[in-house]
Write a protein that binds this ligand. Sequence first.
Ligand SMILES: [Cu+2]
Length: 149
Amino acid sequence: MKTKFLTALAIVAAVQLCAAGTPGKDVVIVANDQMKFSVTHIEARPGQTVHVTLSNEGTMPKAVMGHNWVLLKAGVDANAYANAAMAAAADDYEPKARADQVLASIPLLGPKKEGEVTFDAPQVPGTYFFLCSFPAHCQAGMRGELVVK
Ligand SMILES: [Cu+2]
Protein backbone atom coordinates (compact mmCIF):
# COMPACT_ATOMS: atom_id res chain seq x y z
CA MET A 1 0.00 0.00 0.00
CA LYS A 2 2.71 2.44 1.04
CA THR A 3 4.77 1.55 -2.07
CA LYS A 4 1.82 2.28 -4.33
CA PHE A 5 1.36 5.66 -2.71
CA LEU A 6 5.03 6.55 -3.12
CA THR A 7 4.98 5.46 -6.76
CA ALA A 8 1.96 7.66 -7.42
CA LEU A 9 3.72 10.55 -5.68
CA ALA A 10 6.83 10.04 -7.83
CA ILE A 11 4.76 10.10 -11.01
CA VAL A 12 3.03 13.33 -9.98
CA ALA A 13 6.42 14.90 -9.20
CA ALA A 14 7.84 13.82 -12.56
CA VAL A 15 4.88 15.22 -14.46
CA GLN A 16 5.20 18.55 -12.65
CA LEU A 17 8.92 18.67 -13.40
CA CYS A 18 8.29 18.22 -17.12
CA ALA A 19 5.59 20.87 -17.19
CA ALA A 20 7.85 23.41 -15.47
CA GLY A 21 10.49 23.62 -18.20
CA THR A 22 10.00 24.30 -21.90
CA PRO A 23 10.51 21.05 -23.75
CA GLY A 24 13.53 20.80 -26.04
CA LYS A 25 13.26 21.39 -29.72
CA ASP A 26 14.40 19.04 -32.48
CA VAL A 27 15.32 20.44 -35.88
CA VAL A 28 16.42 18.36 -38.86
CA ILE A 29 18.06 20.27 -41.70
CA VAL A 30 18.78 18.57 -45.00
CA ALA A 31 21.53 19.89 -47.26
CA ASN A 32 22.24 18.78 -50.81
CA ASP A 33 24.32 19.37 -53.93
CA GLN A 34 22.03 22.28 -54.88
CA MET A 35 23.49 24.29 -51.99
CA LYS A 36 20.24 24.62 -50.07
CA PHE A 37 19.23 24.13 -46.46
CA SER A 38 15.76 22.56 -46.15
CA VAL A 39 15.18 24.72 -43.05
CA THR A 40 16.05 28.42 -43.05
CA HIS A 41 13.91 29.62 -40.15
CA ILE A 42 13.96 28.21 -36.63
CA GLU A 43 12.07 29.60 -33.65
CA ALA A 44 12.92 28.96 -30.03
CA ARG A 45 12.11 30.27 -26.57
CA PRO A 46 14.88 31.99 -24.61
CA GLY A 47 17.07 29.31 -23.07
CA GLN A 48 15.24 26.46 -24.79
CA THR A 49 17.37 23.42 -25.53
CA VAL A 50 17.68 23.01 -29.28
CA HIS A 51 18.95 19.87 -30.99
CA VAL A 52 19.92 20.37 -34.64
CA THR A 53 20.73 17.53 -37.03
CA LEU A 54 22.33 18.32 -40.38
CA SER A 55 21.99 15.64 -43.01
CA ASN A 56 23.97 15.97 -46.23
CA GLU A 57 22.01 14.05 -48.86
CA GLY A 58 24.29 15.18 -51.67
CA THR A 59 26.64 12.88 -53.56
CA MET A 60 29.47 15.23 -54.51
CA PRO A 61 32.81 14.88 -52.66
CA LYS A 62 33.38 16.78 -49.43
CA ALA A 63 36.25 18.76 -50.95
CA VAL A 64 34.01 20.40 -53.54
CA MET A 65 30.55 20.25 -51.91
CA GLY A 66 30.94 19.87 -48.15
CA HIS A 67 28.34 21.41 -45.84
CA ASN A 68 28.45 22.58 -42.27
CA TRP A 69 26.12 24.52 -40.00
CA VAL A 70 27.38 27.51 -38.06
CA LEU A 71 25.13 29.54 -35.75
CA LEU A 72 26.50 32.99 -35.04
CA LYS A 73 26.19 35.19 -32.00
CA ALA A 74 24.01 38.29 -32.07
CA GLY A 75 25.28 41.04 -34.31
CA VAL A 76 27.80 38.92 -36.22
CA ASP A 77 27.65 39.56 -39.97
CA ALA A 78 27.16 36.21 -41.76
CA ASN A 79 28.85 37.49 -44.94
CA ALA A 80 31.89 38.67 -43.02
CA TYR A 81 32.14 35.29 -41.31
CA ALA A 82 31.74 33.49 -44.66
CA ASN A 83 34.46 35.62 -46.24
CA ALA A 84 36.88 34.89 -43.41
CA ALA A 85 35.99 31.19 -43.60
CA MET A 86 37.19 30.94 -47.20
CA ALA A 87 40.77 31.12 -45.98
CA ALA A 88 40.24 28.48 -43.30
CA ALA A 89 40.16 25.28 -45.37
CA ALA A 90 42.55 23.62 -42.92
CA ASP A 91 39.98 24.17 -40.15
CA ASP A 92 37.04 22.94 -42.24
CA TYR A 93 36.04 26.57 -42.90
CA GLU A 94 35.51 27.46 -39.25
CA PRO A 95 38.21 30.10 -38.71
CA LYS A 96 39.79 29.78 -35.26
CA ALA A 97 40.17 33.55 -35.00
CA ARG A 98 36.37 33.83 -35.10
CA ALA A 99 35.53 30.94 -32.78
CA ASP A 100 34.23 33.43 -30.20
CA GLN A 101 31.55 34.55 -32.69
CA VAL A 102 29.99 31.09 -32.88
CA LEU A 103 27.13 29.91 -30.65
CA ALA A 104 26.99 26.36 -32.00
CA SER A 105 28.17 24.46 -35.04
CA ILE A 106 28.09 21.15 -36.85
CA PRO A 107 31.42 20.28 -38.51
CA LEU A 108 31.84 19.95 -42.27
CA LEU A 109 30.08 16.89 -43.70
CA GLY A 110 30.79 14.90 -46.83
CA PRO A 111 28.09 13.18 -48.91
CA LYS A 112 25.57 10.96 -47.08
CA LYS A 113 26.88 12.07 -43.68
CA GLU A 114 25.01 13.39 -40.68
CA GLY A 115 26.10 15.62 -37.82
CA GLU A 116 24.37 17.10 -34.80
CA VAL A 117 24.67 19.65 -32.05
CA THR A 118 22.70 20.47 -28.93
CA PHE A 119 22.75 23.94 -27.41
CA ASP A 120 20.64 26.29 -25.32
CA ALA A 121 19.02 29.11 -27.27
CA PRO A 122 20.28 32.52 -26.14
CA GLN A 123 18.39 34.16 -23.27
CA VAL A 124 18.19 37.42 -25.20
CA PRO A 125 15.33 37.54 -27.72
CA GLY A 126 16.40 38.41 -31.23
CA THR A 127 17.56 37.06 -34.57
CA TYR A 128 20.66 34.89 -34.78
CA PHE A 129 21.99 33.99 -38.22
CA PHE A 130 23.28 30.60 -39.32
CA LEU A 131 25.10 29.60 -42.47
CA CYS A 132 27.12 26.97 -44.26
CA SER A 133 30.63 28.42 -44.31
CA PHE A 134 31.96 26.30 -47.19
CA PRO A 135 33.24 28.80 -49.80
CA ALA A 136 30.44 30.56 -51.68
CA HIS A 137 27.63 28.49 -50.11
CA CYS A 138 26.34 31.26 -47.86
CA GLN A 139 26.26 33.61 -50.85
CA ALA A 140 24.42 30.92 -52.83
CA GLY A 141 21.70 30.81 -50.20
CA MET A 142 22.84 28.36 -47.52
CA ARG A 143 21.84 30.62 -44.67
CA GLY A 144 18.97 31.15 -42.29
CA GLU A 145 17.95 32.49 -38.93
CA LEU A 146 17.16 31.38 -35.43
CA VAL A 147 14.54 33.68 -33.95
CA VAL A 148 14.43 33.68 -30.17
CA LYS A 149 11.19 35.02 -28.74
CU1 LIG B 1 27.29 24.09 -47.95
